[in-house]
Design a protein around this ligand. Structure first.
Ligand SMILES: NC(=O)c1ccc[n+]([C@@H]2O[C@H](COP(=O)([O-])OP(=O)(O)OC[C@H]3O[C@@H](n4cnc5c(N)ncnc54)[C@H](OP(=O)(O)O)[C@@H]3O)[C@@H](O)[C@H]2O)c1
Length: 285
């Protein structure tokens, strides 16, 4: 039976460590790390995610501000909010909750966030730095997966990592990070042929497609490490990309859903905000 990679537990451990770190910073710099989250519209899933993020900030003693903007906010007004946050010395991290309404150009807007405050690591400057192995703000979900692999001492060097999904926020940065870990990386996507066969060659299989329970036992080699990123709502239930029950007797390690990559994403958002704080506040003191 596969060992569970408990993301909730590791996230708790990270929060405890960060709480101590934040207390120390407040003492020496008299300023709390402060994350600003911009939420456009009333998407219930986005509202829930934003609340989780706010709660996590408070758990470690950080400040959190949510800026709620109307569904039909103009691009000009949204940009002006971002510019205010960019120049506000009391704000250290800025996150634009995605998705945003279609009339707004998310690519353009994300790139207007000061790259030193880009806690999601989605802006071009951080994407480029990651691809060049330079110190970057790294997208939180892939970073959380790396933390999980490290916590469970999963060997990555020379291992074949197959990533299902090639998005800018999960698949591609995940591939960069696994290359940095000396894995041999294959990325699959919706046009990949024989995806089952390729997945079955993986020592580490990371599923980030958003297709509930797509990954069944036919995708998994005996002893593989299986990481589930997918989150889909089906008839009021939240399902991952991995059919956990079908796979758990084949995998060596597996993330649960919920309680796997989700809590780790938020823990890494806190880490990234503190990283921004350190660069912006401590370096200038
Ligand atoms: N756990 C977390 O904290 C967390 C964080 C972020 C996202 N998520 C979840 O992770 C999932 C992926 O998110 P995302 O933002 O990366 O999604 P996305 O932007 O929609 O990308 C999905 C990727 O999966 C590929 N894909 C779709 N159907 C496929 C199929 N049948 N076979 C193979 N590949 C297929 C797509 O291929 P093409 O490029 O060819 O279209 C695309 O590259 C979603 O369920 C999302 O909710 C979870």
């Amino acid at each position: 039976m596969a060992k569970i990679m408990d993301g909730s537990e590791l996230a708790k451990k990270i929060r405890s460590r960060l709480k101590v770190e934040v207390e120390k910073y407040i003492e020496t710099h008299e300023k709390k790390p402060h994350l600003a989250v911009i939420l456009v519209g009333n998407d219930p899933a986005s509202e829930t995610y934003v609340k989780f993020k706010e709660k996590a900030c408070h758990q470690v003693g950080m400040n959190s501000t949510i800026i709620k903007l109307d569904d039909n906010v103009s691009e000009e007004d949204l940009i002006s909010e971002i510019q205010k946050l960019n120049t506000n010395p009391d704000i250290h991290g800025i996150l634009l909750q995605l998705p945003i309404p279609k009339h707004l150009d998310s690519e353009k807007i994300i790139n207007l966030i000061d790259s030193n405050k880009d806690v999601d690591g989605f802006a071009n400057e951080n994407v480029a730095k990651l691809s060049k192995n330079q110190d970057a703000l790294v997208p939180c979900t892939p970073l959380g997966i790396i933390r999980l692999l490290e916590e469970y001492n999963i060997m990555t060097e020379g291992q074949h990592c197959v990533i299902l999904g090639r998005s800018q926020i999960v698949g591609k940065p995940m591939a960069q990070l696994m290359l940095q870990k000396n894995s041999t990386v294959t990325i699959c996507h919706s046009r990949t042929k024989n995806i089952e066969e390729i997945a079955k060659q993986a020592d580490i299989l990371i599923a980030a497609v958003g297709k509930p329970h797509m990954v069944n036992r036919h995708f998994v080699k005996k002893g593989a490490v299986v990481i589930d990123v997918g989150v889909s709502r089906v008839n009021g239930k939240i399902l991952g990309d991995v059919d956990f029950n079908d796979v758990e007797d084949i995998a060596s390690y597996i993330t649960p859903m919920p309680g796997g990559t989700g809590p780790m994403t938020i823990a890494c958002l806190l880490e990234n905000t503190i990283k921004c704080y350190k660069n912006l506040v401590i370096k200038n003191d």
